[in-house]
Structures are given as C-alpha cells and as structure tokens.
Design a protein around this ligand. Structure first.
Ligand SMILES: C[S@@+](CC[C@H](N)C(=O)[O-])C[C@H]1O[C@@H](n2cnc3c(N)ncnc32)[C@H](O)[C@@H]1O
Length: 224
C-alpha cells in the first residue's frame, strides 16, 4: 500500500497532514522503506503519524516521536518510541542522539516556530550520515510574523534554506563563498509548497569530462 492510500484508509489514531505532502514523502522517504533506519518525527499530537511511519518504513525501522506535551507518551508502541521535551532545547536533542544515535531521516512537524526549526536543524543535520534526509514541513509559517517569519525575514527558515542553495554551490562561486561541511555533505535541497527537504550525499569529484569522438579525431576523454 502506498502512503497516500494508507492515509486515506486510516481507521486508527488521527493523522493530520496536507494532502500535497504525500508525493513528497514518497519521493524522499521511499528509498528508506524496508531498511534498518532511525526515523525521527518532531510533533506527535494524536500519534497517528508515528503509527503511519512505522507501517510505511516497516519492521526494521526505529520510529522516534518527540513532543513537548507529556500526554504524547501514550503513543509509544511496538517499534515506536516517544520522548517528551522541547525541540529548541539542545540538551534534550543531544539526549535523543545519545539514546537512539543520529537519526537517518528527520521530519520536523513540531511547533513551526522559526527559532525552534533552526535549533532542531542545527542539532541534527550536520551530524547526519550520508544519504540522510531532513525534511521540514508546514513552512508557510516562515511567512508569518507570529511564528518568527515574514517575507524575506532574515530569521525565517525559508531564507536560511535559500542561502544554503548558495552554500551548496560554493565550489563554483569563484572564491566568493568558502565551501564548508554543508557543501561537501549535501547532495540536494528541494523546495515544495510549505516544505524544504535536504538530502545528504557526497560528490566524490566534481569534473565535467567531454567523452566521445570529435569529427576526424579518435574517441577520447577530455577534461574540461
Ligand atoms: C502539527 S502537530 C503534529 C502532528 C503530527 N505529526 C501528525 O502528523 O499528526 C505539532 C505538535 O508539536 C508539538 N510541539 C509544539 N511545540 C513543541 C516544541 N517546542 N517541542 C516539541 N514539540 C512541540 C505540539 O504539542 C503538537 O503535538
């Protein structure tokens, strides 16, 4: 069953997700299905999404839900762990890494306050392994002042993600930007309505050879 069907036919705990997120989940989380992974979702609420993720990723998945509301403890079940704390508290986030290791896949569906989204990203993303996926949803709040956002507001997570596009391309900025760990370890940044997805990955070498035969010449590989 695909995730959209699972959501549509859910008879269990309540899940609240925008419909247009489902193809994005399938695209970026799909490669992790059936694998041994640690998936961490910030924002448990009624527990329905954690149960859905467990069904989606399968029996080898460790699903960790994080919420500030102690009532969410009730949503622990087989293969699903819930920890109570504030997603903006670095010590709490560190305790999650100590207990479960650095997650392979993160979905931030927590408070959607810009300061909190930054804090959680800072705690996990730089440490995530190659092929890790970090997704932030409900980023319409990045445009809302009551969530610390606003159009072109420097502290909005969307503005940060936009400038990280430059950091991703730092190798080509002719010295204007110094490549850093983000440049070396990030494969892609994807923008969708209200969502940003970062995929980790290394490009072992950045070369653009010309391969093939020019008229009247032998086939060759020419480094540009
Ligand atoms: C949008 S709901 C999560 C919905 C759930 N993921 C789903 O798809 O059904 C957001 C949750 O974030 C939690 N939350 C709010 N502020 C938080 C914070 N600072 N740290 C951790 N969780 C927080 C709320 O208690 C609430 O349960």
């Amino acid at each position: 069953m695909d995730l959209w069907q699972d959501f549509q036919t859910n008879q269990g705990k309540v899940i609240r997700k925008w419909e247009h997120y489902f193809p994005v989940y399938e695209r970026h989380f799909g490669p992790w299905r059936g694998r041994s992974l640690t998936f961490l979702e910030v924002g448990v609420a009624h527990g329905g999404s954690l149960a859905m993720w467990r069904r989606f990723f399968g029996p080898l998945a460790t699903v960790v839900g994080v919420d500030i509301d102690p009532k969410c403890r009730a949503h622990e079940e087989n293969g699903v762990f819930v920890r109570i704390g504030d997603q903006s508290d670095p010590k709490f986030l560190e305790s999650l890494v100590e207990e479960f290791g650095v997650p392979d896949v993160v979905l931030d569906d927590g408070s959607h306050q810009m300061a909190h989204v930054h804090a959680t990203f800072d705690a996990f993303y730089p440490r995530m392994g190659k092929n890790g996926v970090y997704m932030v949803e409900d980023l319409h709040t990045a445009y809302w002042p009551d969530f610390g956002g606003g159009l072109k507001e420097p502290n909005s997570f969307i503005e940060r993600a936009k400038s990280l596009v430059d950091q991703l391309n730092a190798d080509h900025a002719r010295g204007a930007l110094a490549p850093d760990a983000f440049t070396r370890e990030t494969l892609s940044i994807s923008f969708y309505d209200s969502m940003v997805v970062f995929e980790k990955g290394r490009v072992p070498r950045k070369t653009a050879p010309e391969i093939g035969a020019l008229p009247g010449k032998k086939p060759a590989i020419r480094q540009m």
